[in-house]
Design a protein around this ligand. Structure first.
Ligand code: NAP
Length: 293
C-alpha cells in the first residue's frame, strides 16, 4: 500500500532511465544519501557500466507496465524519467498506476517548456506526465529542467574533426543545467520533506549563448573553435536524419530561435534546495573535455 511519508524519509527508491544522462547521477547520489536504490534497466542495456556498485538492477521496460511492477514492491519513491525519444507515453498511465500502488513519492523530470507554456499539445510531452501525477494522491515534485549541459556533446564530432560547429541560432541564450544538479534536486525531493507539490524550474547558474558555450569548450581544450550559423531547415534535416521525431526537431529549433530574442529563464532552485551553488558550464566542460578531444 502507498504511504505518504510525512516525517519519514524515503528509504527505497526506484530510478527509471537509470543509464541515461541524469540517471547515473541520481543513483549515485541516492546511494550516498543512504537509500536503497533500484535501477530499472532494459535487458541488454549497453550502458550498465555507468551505474555504480551497490545499486539493485531490475529488468523492466516502460512499454510493458507489468515488467515495471516487479521492481516496485517495497519502493517508497520513484525518480521518474520518460524516454520520449524512444517511447510514446501510451503506457505511462498504466505505469503510474502501478507506481501509485506502492510508492508515496515521485520526482518527475519535466521541462522548462511546461514552465513557459510552450509544450506541444499531444500526449507525448512532459506536461502530460505532470497532468497524470496531479490526478494521483502521490506526493509529487516536478523538475522542470532547462536543456542539459550534456546536449553540447552533440557538437563533439564537429569539434573533434574540424573545430567548426555548424548549427543554427548561435545567439540563443540558454541557462543549461548540469545533469548532476538536476539529479540532486530530485534526490532532495525524494529523501527530504518539504518538496511535495513543488513545480521547480531547475536551471544552471548562468545564461550563455550556444556560441559562448562552444567558446568555453575551446578555452578548456586550448583551441579556437568557430561557430557557424547554418539555416534552420538544414539543421532540421540533419536532426531528423539522426532520429529526432520531426515534431521534436521543429519544437527545439523554434525554441532556439525564440531564445535569440528572449533568453531562457534562470532560477536559484539548485542552490536553494541543495545548499550548494549550481555547477557552471565551464565545470561541466572540464569534466567532459576528453569527449571533445
Ligand atoms: N536533454 C535535455 O536537454 C532535456 C531537457 C528537458 C527535459 N529532458 C528530459 O529528461 C529526461 C531524461 O533524459 P536523459 O537525457 O537522461 O535520457 P537519455 O539519456 O535519453 O536516457 C534514456 C534512458 O531511458 C532508458 N530507456 C529507453 N527506453 C526505455 C524503455 N522502453 N523502458 C525503460 N527504460 C528505457 C534508456 O536506456 P538505454 O541506456 O538502454 O538506452 C536510458 O537509460 C527525459 O524525460 C527528457 O525528456 C531532457
Amino acid at each position: 500500500m502507498p504511504h505518504t511519508s510525512g516525517e519519514h524519509s524515503t528509504r527505497t527508491v526506484l530510478v527509471t532511465g537509470a543509464t541515461g544522462n541524469v540517471g547515473p547521477y541520481a543513483v549515485r547520489q541516492l546511494l550516498e544519501a543512504g537509500a536503497n536504490v533500484r535501477a530499472l534497466v532494459l535487458k541488454d542495456d549497453p550502458n550498465l557500466h555507468r551505474l555504480p556498485d551497490g545499486v539493485e538492477l531490475h529488468y523492466g521496460d516502460l512499454a510493458d507496465p507489468d515488467s515495471v511492477e516487479a521492481a516496485l514492491p517495497g519502493v517508497d519513491g520513484v525518480f521518474w524519467m520518460w524516454p520520449f525519444f524512444a517511447l510514446s507515453t501510451a503506457t505511462a498511465p498504466a505505469v503510474l498506476e502501478r507506481i501509485a500502488a506502492h510508492a508515496g513519492r515521485v520526482a518527475v523530470v519535466s521541462s522548462v517548456g511546461v514552465h513557459l507554456g510552450i509544450e506541444p499539445v499531444d500526449n507525448n510531452c512532459h506536461a502530460y506526465l505532470e497532468k497524470l501525477l496531479e490526478q494521483t494522491e502521490l506526493e509529487w515534485t516536478f523538475l522542470r529542467t532547462t536543456g542539459f549541459m550534456a546536449n553540447a556533446l552533440g557538437f563533439a564530432p564537429q569539434i573533434r574533426t574540424s573545430g567548426t560547429v555548424q548549427f543554427p541560432y548561435g545567439d540563443a541564450v540558454r541557462t543549461s543545467v548540469h545533469e548532476s544538479d538536476l539529479a540532486a534536486v530530485g534526490v532532495r525531493a525524494l529523501t527530504e520533506d518539504g518538496h511535495a507539490g513543488q513545480k521547480y524550474l531547475v536551471t544552471g547558474p548562468e545564461a550563455l549563448s550556444q556560441r559562448e558555450q562552444v567558446q568555453i569548450i575551446g578555452d578548456v581544450l586550448g583551441r579556437t573553435l568557430v561557430w557557424e550559423d547554418i539555416h534552420h531547415d538544414a539543421a532540421r534535416k540533419a536532426m531528423v536524419d539522426t532520429g529526432w521525431p520531426p515534431s521534436y526537431a521543429d519544437g527545439a529549433l523554434d525554441y532556439f530561435a525564440d531564445l535569440c530574442v528572449t533568453p531562457e529563464p534562470g532560477s536559484t532552485v539548485v542552490a536553494d534546495t541543495t545548499g550548494r551553488p549550481a555547477r557552471s558550464f565551464r565545470e561541466w566542460a572540464v569534466e567532459h573535455a576528453d569527449a571533445f578531444r
